[in-house]
Write a protein that binds this ligand. Structure first.
Ligand SMILES: *Cc1c(COP(=O)(O)O)cnc(C)c1O
Length: 486
């Protein structure tokens, strides 16, 4: 039994976390969060999913984002965080947002909605999880009197969100790797102009996938990992996926759940954001279809259509945060849909490492298609969608959101009676070149970001080489007693 319906009288249970590869220790919430990646190379998932009753979900109507967040997160954090502490962290995390609703819904067309997830300090949805994760980690490390070194690969937005959320914290150093010359100027400056002695920004000579591979190899070097107390804040960190389930609840309830289903289309790269939707569904939220929307980096679309998950070279697009070939969180979904068959996941991941791909067996493929759609949006379609939203709905959208809206329209046409929510993952001002190309206008930066182009930049260019990266970390990162992650 993987599910457990919660009633209001239940005591808070301690959900434990297990690895998708079945060969790492079972951990508590704090331990899994501090570990990031499991020791066997797998990703952590809860042993069982708490299920919220219909009444609980119905009761979210009219509640604030913070109140819903507390109710959704509490069953997962187990004994590691008490209710009052969690409440305080949620208030602090979302206090810096530039919209009172935190994640407001905007209507774009008949039964078509955009969930605006870009009102946080760095203008992308990553802020929603990262602001909370920083508080979770800081709290856990202070309790233990330990230090951690966060290493993270970014295609642009994760790095900015992490730097903004963690800068100035004393128990944590943050080392962020972004693909050199492959992020937008706004994205780069958000990372390189942030102040804080605990922040170290690396421009890696390679692609996002190279950066992600470097991070994985740092984790797999056990002695190094232990010496520096390495930890991860990429979307492989369970706490991030968890924090992202909240806005599925708030938006679905605003559109009539639990009394009617709501479908979602999610601009997808590493599969974290859409996985959060699938988790919300497991928790009892009546989600209709889950639509994966990719740009021309379409590994997931090909996997759903052909049953073969196969990496190809990365294409550079105007939606760079999705210029990804290996969708790490897909492993979590495969693990669940294969009946938690860790041996089969190990075999698939070995095959991915050796021959750049693996096959989805017929039952697994059928299970995937039963819940998910997948659509690729071309560069031209992305530009056309930006123009259409501007011309017909007076809405300025970013290229990632455009990828989602284009796919969402197509799926809504198949099932016009079910509301379709497209996740608006970034603010248009973050990608001014793409917007200017599509509609001839350059969106201004929001007023709270004025000065971004005047501040000095700090970053180090490094070759795509693990040894060089380790040398850099050794030289830069101060060490307290390193956190011992399980
Ligand atoms: C990170 C990101 C995505 C992709 O999210 P995943 O969780 O990696 O699938 C999409 N859009 C924007 C703007 C992002 O920053």
């Amino acid at each position: 039994m993987l599910e457990r319906v919660l009633t209001n009288d239940d005591p808070v249970q301690s959900v434990k976390y297990l690895s998708t590869r079945g060969e790492a220790p079972v951990l508590s919430f704090n331990e899994a969060m501090l570990a990031g990646l499991a020791r066997d190379g797998g990703l952590y998932l809860p042993e069982s999913y708490p299920v919220l009753s219909r009444e609980t979900i119905a009761g979210f109507a009219g509640k604030s984002y913070g109140e819903v967040a507390k109710a959704v997160l509490l069953p997962f954090v187990g004994a590691d965080l008490d209710e009052a502490t969690l409440e305080g962290m949620i208030a602090a995390a979302y206090g810096s947002f530039r919209h009172e609703a935190i994640a407001p819904l905007a209507q774009l067309g008949d039964n078509l909605f955009v969930l605006e997830l870009f009102h946080g300090p760095t203008l992308a949805f990553k802020d929603l999880a990262m602001q909370l994760l920083a508080r979770f980690m800081d709290h856990a490390l202070k309790q233990r009197g330990q230090h951690a070194t966060i290493v993270g690969a970014t295609s642009g937005d994760t790095g900015a969100a992490a730097i903004e959320a963690f800068r100035g914290l004393r128990n944590i150093d943050v080392v962020i790797f972004y693909p050199h010359q492959r992020v937008s100027d706004v994205q780069r400056r958000q990372m390189t102009t942030a102040e804080g002695e605990n922040i170290h920004v690396v421009a890696l000579e390679g692609t996002f996938d190279d950066a992600q591979a470097i991070v994985k190899s740092l984790f797999n070097h056990t002695a190094f990992r232990d010496e520096f107390g390495l930890s991860g804040v990429n979307s492989i960190n369970w706490a991030r996926v968890l924090a992202q389930t909240v806005y599925y609840f708030t938006s679905a309830v605003a559109l009539g759940a639990p009394y009617r289903p709501v479908s979602y289309t999610v601009p997808t790269g590493n599969f974290g954001d859409i996985l959060a939707g699938w988790i919300a569904k497991r928790m009892g939220l009546p989600i209709g279809r889950l639509g994966i929307a990719t740009n021309e980096n379409d590994i997931l679309v090909r996997a759903l259509h052909d049953g073969v998950y196969e990496t190809r070279g990365v294409q550079h697009t105007q939606s760079p945060s999705m210029d990804i070939q290996v969708s790490s969180n897909f492993e979590r979904l495969l693990f669940e849909l294969s009946g938690r068959d860790a041996a089969s996941i190990r075999a698939k991941m070995a095959s991915l490492g050796q021959s750049r791909g693996f096959t989805l067996e017929a039952p697994l493929l059928a299970a995937l298609r039963a819940e998910f759609d997948a659509d690729r949006t071309s560069e031209q379609e992305t530009a056309t969608e930006i123009a259409r939203c501007w011309d017909r709905s007076d809405m300025l959208i970013d290229p990632h959101t455009a990828v989602g809206i284009h796919a969402g329209r197509r799926r809504l046409a198949e099932r016009p009676a079910t509301p379709m929510v497209v996740l608006g993952t970034a603010h248009a001002a973050k990608f001014p070149d793409a917007i200017e190309k599509a509609i001839g206008l350059r969106p201004p930066l929001p007023h709270h970001m004025a000065g971004l182009f005047d501040r000095p930049e700090r970053f180090t260019v490094l070759p795509n080489d693990t040894a060089a990266v380790e040398t850099f970390i050794r030289a830069r990162v101060g060490r307290g007693p390193a956190v011992k992650t399980a």
